[in-house]
Design a protein around this ligand. Structure first.
Ligand SMILES: [Fe+2]
Length: 245
């Protein structure tokens, strides 16, 4: 399986705290059947858009190179790809234009788009349009966990119609985030609003890098073939910078 959303790099955001945790997450992912993982730290280290607290392309690439080295030393067979969890906003768009923010695999084709926690800015469609004009497909991350999307799924449908892809957090389907999120996650899948699953892992315990149980749940809803595509073929094309459909 391929996981395109994971906060596995140590000490750069609210994900892995140190190298030991990163390696533990990598071991867990491999044991669960994940062979490729995109390391996607938040663009801003804190929650604010503080430009002095930025995970630039250079910082992420350096950390990925270091973690690859550690993985090979520890003989953990996990392929690591650089990426970024990109916050929705015009400030971050500017950083992308300046070459300071990273797209998935630096291919300039796909970008994980992180929504604000509780709101949905009116500019979202305009920002998606700006990205697409640059040849970049936005991937909306875990809408099943977002208050506005939960209440107004038509807002998600509208973004899909505009050409966005949608990534669900695998464990939303297993009940990890509670019954309400699980119910909405299942609804979104049945409506055909979900294109792929990822872990959005942050640590080994609270937000672990696991996908297999979610794929089993997903298989019951869409069949095994489609469920597999959502954790292999589609994320594979995203990493390669190829069209998904
Ligand atoms: Fe994330």
């Amino acid at each position: 399986m391929i996981d395109i959303h994971a906060h596995i790099l140590p000490g750069v955001d609210d994900g892995a705290k140190n190298w030991e945790q990163s390696l533990e997450m990598a071991r867990m992912a491999v044991a669960d059947g994940i062979t490729v993982m995109v390391a996607t730290p938040h663009l801003f280290k804190g929650r604010s858009t503080d430009l002095t607290q930025l995970n630039t392309k250079e910082i992420i690439l350096q950390h990925v190179a270091q973690l690859r080295h550690r993985l090979s030393e520890e003989r953990i067979p996990l392929e690591l790809i650089p990426g970024c969890d990109f916050p929705l906003g015009f400030e971050s768009l500017k950083l992308l234009d300046d070459g300071r923010a990273l797209t998935i695999n630096d291919a300039k084709r796909y970008l994980l788009l992180e929504l604000p926690d509780t709101s949905l800015p009116p500019a979202i469609e305009e920002i998606c349009f700006h990205l697409q004009a640059r040849g970049i497909t936005p991937i909306i991350t875990h809408p099943e966990r977002h208050l506005v999307m939960q209440e107004m799924p038509y807002k998600l449908k509208r973004l899909i119609d505009l050409g966005c892809l949608v990534q669900m957090t695998g464990n939303s389907l297993t009940g990890w985030f509670g019954r309400r999120v699980k119910k909405i996650a299942r609804q979104f899948v049945k409506l055909g609003y979900i294109h792929l699953l990822a872990t959005d892992a942050h640590d080994p315990k609270r937000r672990p890098p696991l996908l297999s149980a979610a794929v089993a749940e997903l298989s019951r809803l869409v069949g095994e073939k489609r469920a597999r595509a959502m954790v292999s073929d589609i994320p594979g094309k995203i990493i390669a910078g190829e069209p998904c459909f």
